[in-house]
Design a protein around this ligand. Structure first.
Ligand SMILES: [Zn+2]
Ligand SMILES: [Zn+2]
Length: 443
C-alpha cells in the first residue's frame, strides 16, 4: 500500500467513524423536551399511578407515513407515559421500499429512540383481516416474527403469476374483499403477469397480504396469548347500533384470548363497544391509531389532544401497565369526554376536582373548585341549593380554579353538594357524579 492509498484508507476510516458517531446520536435518539401546554395531564388516583398511554400507533414499517423516531418524539411532546408500537402484521404497503423481514424492527427503532426518555415503549402488532375478525392489537408480545406467515417476494410472486385477467381479478377480490373489476399486464422481474393493479408495488403488497392472512386470525391470537400478550379489538364494526358480539369475537372473549376493545379510535367513539365491554367484562381502550402526524390530526397547539387510555398502575413500567390493563383499571380520554367504569372514573374525578376554601357570607356559601386535570368539566348541579347568578351547569376549566356560590341558609350544618359530570360516561348515555362534602365553619 503506497502513501496515497494509506491516506485514503485513513480518511475513509475517519469519515466512517464520524458517520457512526453522528448516526448514534443524531439519527435515532429523541432528546428530552421540557413540559409544555400540550402535555396530557391527569393526577394519580388513590393507590395508583395514572399512566397516559397510546396503545395503537403506526409507522412506515406498516402503513404509517413516518419513521418510528417521530412517533417517540410526538409522545414525548404530548407528555405521554408510554406508546405501543403496533404495525399491521400482514398489511405492508411500503413492502418494496422497506421489506423488513424482521417484524420486531419498528419496536427496536422506537426503543433506541426513547433511550434518553422516561417513556415506556410497548411491543405490539395489529392483526389485520378483511373478514369478521377485523383488526385486533396484541401488545406486550415477545416476538412479532413468530406471529406472521411471510415469504420473500421472489418465492411468492411466481405462485401468483396469472395467465389471464379473470384469474387476477378473482384473486384480488378474494384477497382483499375489494371491488376490483379490471386487470393489467405488469412486468415483474422480466416476466409479464396479469395483476389487479397497474402498479407493481400495490400488486406485491396484495400478494403478501393474501399469504400472511392464510394464517387464521384465531391462531395468531392464540400464539400472541402464548407470549403473554394483552389483546383488544380495534375500531369495531357493528351491523346495527345495538348489535351483540359476533361469533368470532364472542368465541375469543369466552376463550379468554381477547381482553379489551377500543371504545374510541381517532375521531370516533363506539357507543355499542362501550355497552359490550361492560357486558362482557372487557377493558376499555382509547387510541389514536395514528398514521400521519399527531399535529395534523389533533392540533395540540390549539388545545387538541389524541385519544389516550389512562391506566391506573402500581408503578410506571411495562409490567405494571400490563397488569392494570388485564385488571380493567382504565379510563379513556377522548375529545373532552372521560369514559370509564364507576370505580376508576370516580377515583379520577375525586383526584381531579377538589372543593376548597368554603366562605360563608350571609345566605351564601362560596367554594373554590380546583381542577387538577386537562378535562374541561361540565358540572350539573344536583343539590337542593341553587347557584347564585348562574344556571345549573357550571364549567370548571382545566388546571384552574372556579368559584361557585350556592344560595344557602346561614347557619347550616355540614352539608354536601352533588354534581352530574356531563363530560363523562360510565355507560352509554349515563354520566358519573361527584359529591363534595363541605364543613360549616366553627362557631
Ligand atoms: Zn386497524
Ligand atoms: Zn391501526
Amino acid at each position: 500500500m503506497n502513501h496515497l492509498q494509506k491516506r485514503i484508507r485513513q480518511l475513509s476510516l475517519t469519515s466512517l467513524l464520524c458517520l457512526a458517531g453522528f448516526s448514534a446520536w443524531g439519527h435515532g435518539v429523541v432528546p428530552n423536551v421540557p413540559q409544555s401546554d400540550r402535555d396530557i395531564h391527569f393526577p394519580n388516583i388513590e393507590g395508583y399511578q395514572t399512566l397516559v398511554l397510546d396503545l395503537h400507533t403506526h409507522s412506515v414499517f406498516s402503513d404509517g407515513h413516518v419513521w418510528p423516531t417521530i412517533r417517540v418524539a410526538e409522545a414525548e411532546r404530548d407528555g405521554l407515559d408510554g406508546i405501543a408500537v403496533t404495525e399491521h402484521l400482514e398489511w405492508q404497503p411500503h413492502l418494496l421500499d422497506i421489506p423488513h423481514p424482521d417484524r420486531n424492527r419498528s419496536f427496536e427503532v422506537a426503543t433506541l429512540a426513547a433511550e434518553k426518555l422516561d417513556l415506556l415503549i410497548i411491543p405490539g402488532i395489529e392483526i389485520t383481516r378483511s373478514d369478521e375478525a377485523g383488526h385486533m392489537n396484541a401488545i406486550f408480545i415477545q416476538d412479532a416474527n413468530a406471529l406472521v406467515r411471510q415469504r420473500e417476494a421472489d418465492t411468492y410472486l411466481p405462485a401468483h403469476q396469472f395467465s389471464d385477467a379473470a384469474q387476477a381479478i378473482a384473486f384480488a377480490k378474494a384477497a382483499s374483499a375489494g371491488a376490483f373489476s379490471e386487470a393489467h399486464q405488469v412486468e415483474i422481474d422480466g416476466v409479464t403477469v396479469w395483476a389487479p393493479f397497474a402498479n407493481k408495488a400495490a400488486y406485491i403488497t396484495l400478494v403478501a397480504y393474501d399469504l400472511a392472512t392464510t394464517q387464521p386470525a384465531a391462531d395468531v391470537l392464540e400464539l400472541a396469548n402464548g407470549q403473554g400478550a394483552f389483546t383488544f379489538w380495534n375500531h369495531p364494526k357493528f351491523a346495527t347500533p345495538q348489535a351483540a358480539l359476533g361469533t368470532f369475537h364472542q368465541g375469543q372473549v369466552e376463550a379468554g384470548r381477547l381482553h379489551g376493545v377500543e371504545i374510541a379510535n381517532g375521531g370516533r367513539f363506539y357507543e355499542n363497544a362501550l355497552r359490550l365491554a361492560l357486558k362482557h367484562n372487557l377493558t376499555l381502550i382509547g387510541t389514536s391509531d395514528v398514521h400521519n402526524l399527531i399535529d395534523w390530526d389533533y392540533q395540540p397547539e390549539t388545545g387538541g389532544h389524541r385519544p389516550v387510555t389512562l391506566a391506573f398502575a402500581a408503578e410506571k413500567s411495562n409490567e405494571a401497565a400490563k397488569e392494570a390493563l388485564f385488571s380493567r383499571r382504565t379510563v379513556v380520554w377522548w375529545q373532552n369526554t372521560l369514559i370509564g367504569r364507576p370505580p376508576e372514573l370516580t377515583a379520577l374525578l375525586q383526584a381531579s376536582l377538589k372543593a376548597t376554601n368554603p366562605v360563608w357570607k350571609g345566605n351564601t356559601l362560596q367554594v373554590s373548585v380546583v381542577n387538577h386535570s386537562d378535562a374541561n368539566f361540565q358540572l350539573r348541579n344536583l343539590s337542593d341549593y341553587s347557584i347564585r347568578r348562574h344556571g345549573p351547569v357550571i364549567e370548571v376549566a382545566p388546571n384552574d380554579t372556579t368559584n361557585i356560590t350556592f344560595q344557602i341558609m346561614a347557619g347550616s350544618k355540614d352539608l354536601w353538594v352533588e354534581f352530574e359530570v356531563m363530560n363523562t360516561l360510565v355507560a352509554p348515555n349515563t354520566f358519573a357524579t361527584i359529591r363534595f362534602d363541605i364543613s360549616a365553619p366553627k362557631e
